[in-house]
Design a protein around this ligand. Structure first.
Ligand code: ZN
Length: 137
């Protein structure tokens, strides 16, 4: 399943960012993962959302929301000498003048755009004052 391996790589990438770049403690949780998904990326959004839920189980991204920004296909039309956004991915034809273009400038994206941390993560699993028997100190 294509989306499953993509979701797994995404989780790996976020984990790497979180621990190596942001240097978050293991207890820090991530609440939102934002990605950009181009219409030509070949990824089915619904499958990716489904797979994300299953691969994040047991990670710091468990229960995180995957926010997908869908990117339309944009071509550079040499006749119009400008970028044009295509209404669909069925044909790579300029919607204004009809010239076929293979100069795709946007629409193949599959990239991480942002991550958001849960704010109450540090206190969430802290013992309450009445659980002294579990406290090693
Ligand atoms: Zn054109």
């Amino acid at each position: 399943m294509h989306e499953l391996s993509i979701a797994a790589s995404l989780v790996e990438l976020v984990e790497e960012q979180a621990s190596k770049v942001l240097r978050l403690p293991d207890a820090a949780r991530i609440s939102v993962v934002g990605i950009r998904l181009g219409a030509l990326s070949g990824v089915v959004k619904e499958s990716l959302l489904f797979c994300f839920d299953s691969v994040t189980r047991g990670t710091r991204m468990q229960d995180a929301v995957l926010e997908i920004e869908e990117i339309s296909v944009t071509i550079f039309c040499t006749t119009c000498d400008t970028e044009q956004t295509l209404p669909s991915i069925q044909s790579l034809r300029c919607p204004v003048c009809g010239t076929v273009s293979l100069g795709i400038t946007r629409g193949k994206e599959l990239e991480l755009s942002f991550i958001e941390l849960s704010e109450d993560t540090t206190n969430e699993h802290a013992p309450t004052p009445y659980q002294h028997e579990n406290c090693p100190a």
